[in-house]
Ligand binder design. Structure first.
Ligand code: NAP
Length: 329
């Protein structure tokens, strides 16, 4: 009998089809996982879960006695309650690396779009408002090159952003993370600062940490007040690393100049969210890693992690190695 697995939200078609040949796959998309009877029935039999943004908490795990592996199709894994998984010896994996450059491209794109006001000017042209030959200074933007970029979270993606900024745009790189990164300091002439010094000095503040209990609401009222009035804030991490109400106030009060946001406190973002009314805010729908090529690579890696675990081997991207070590002991 084929092993049962659940695929949730985003597994690219060729990968899903391949899994379907080998496993009994139930695919679900954007359902209420707490109450959908069909989903809950299949969870009760599933040995593996692969997908995006499925909240795997105690409640779900109590219904999933046969589960061996939860394979996220993302690098972030704030949807997984790792302690609860550990208690039950269930492996969890993510997809680091394959998306790094793609996310860095997206974030750098948002940064340029915000500084040079590209979405706003696009609308200006398309609305037929470009009626005089030379546009006025009310449409001018801000330089990106040779400015100071402060990166909070100098991991894989943070360093890929630094690479673009240093080699492509001659920016000065400031960074903050839990540990210092001597290699990055040398490669990108990057300077380590404590968080508050980074906020004070940066022209662009780019947040790209994971969402953890420590980074939840890392940036709020006090942090926005420390930033330059001309600063542009970019969030590519997760919405809840920022106190969104404080961001709204900081923009309304002119404490910072603009923001570029790929992530929001609540997703999909509420259409009445005041951020969506602000011309100096550039938004994208949590799409950092989503190119056709990279989504396929992420699905392939997630499927590989899943299959390795189901076949009794250690998956390459194990988030909770203690579970594996425990098994080996
Ligand atoms: P990573 O290589 O693990 O890097 C994370 C970095 O954040 C590390 O430098 C880490 O510092 C730092 N960090 C963690 N906790 C911190 C804290 N409390 N204070 C300061 N720095 C802290 O991860 P990655 O692959 O670069 O991905 C980072 C995050 O990007 C993901 O977890 C996800 O949330 C987000 N992301 C978003 C999208 C999108 O579509 N917008 C796509 C992919 C990823 P140390 O190195 O010192 O531990």
């Amino acid at each position: 009998m084929k092993k049962k697995i659940i695929a949730y939200n985003r597994v690219e078609k060729p990968v899903l089809e391949d899994l379907q040949k080998k496993y009994d796959v139930q695919f679900f998309k954007n359902i209420d996982t707490k109450n959908d009877p069909d989903f809950l029935k299949h969870v009760g039999q599933a040995e593996g879960i692969i997908g995006l943004e499925l909240e795997v908490d105690r409640e779900l795990l109590e219904r999933a006695p046969h589960l061996k592996i939860v394979s996220n199709v993302s690098v972030g894994y704030n949807n997984l309650h790792v302690e609860e998984l550990n208690k039950r010896n269930i492996m969890a994996t993510n997809t680091p690396g394959v998306l790094t450059d793609t996310v860095a491209d997206t974030i750098f794109g948002i940064l340029i779009a915000t500084a040079r006001r590209i979405p706003e000017l696009d609308q200006f042209v398309k609305n037929g408002e470009w009626v005089t030959e030379a546009v006025g200074e009310e449409h001018f933007g801000m330089n990106v090159h040779h400015k100071k970029l402060g990166i909070i979270g100098m991991g894989r993606i943070g360093q890929a952003i630094a690479q673009r900024a240093h080699f492509g745009f001659d920016m000065d790189i400031l960074y903050h993370s839990r540990t210092r990164k001597p290699d990055a300091e040398e490669k990108f002439a990057a300077t380590y600062l404590d968080l508050y010094a980074l906020l004070r000095e940066s022209d662009f503040v780019c947040l790209i940490t994971p969402l953890t209990p420590e980074t939840k609401e890392l940036i709020g009222k006090r942090e926005f007040q420390l930033m330059k009035k001309s600063a542009i804030f970019i969030n590519g991490s997760r919405g809840r690393t920022v106190v969104e109400q404080d961001l709204i106030k900081a923009l309304q009060n002119g404490e910072i100049a603009a923001a570029g946001l790929d992530v929001f406190e609540k997703e999909p973002v509420d259409p009445n969210n005041p951020l969506l009314q602000m011309k100096n805010v550039v938004t994208t729908p949590h799409i950092g890693s989503s190119t056709h090529e990279t989504e396929l690579e992420m699905s392939e890696l997630a499927a590989y992690n899943l299959e390795e675990a189901l076949n009794g081997r250690k998956p390459p991207n194990l988030i909770n190695p203690s579970v594996w070590n425990g098994k080996k002991a």
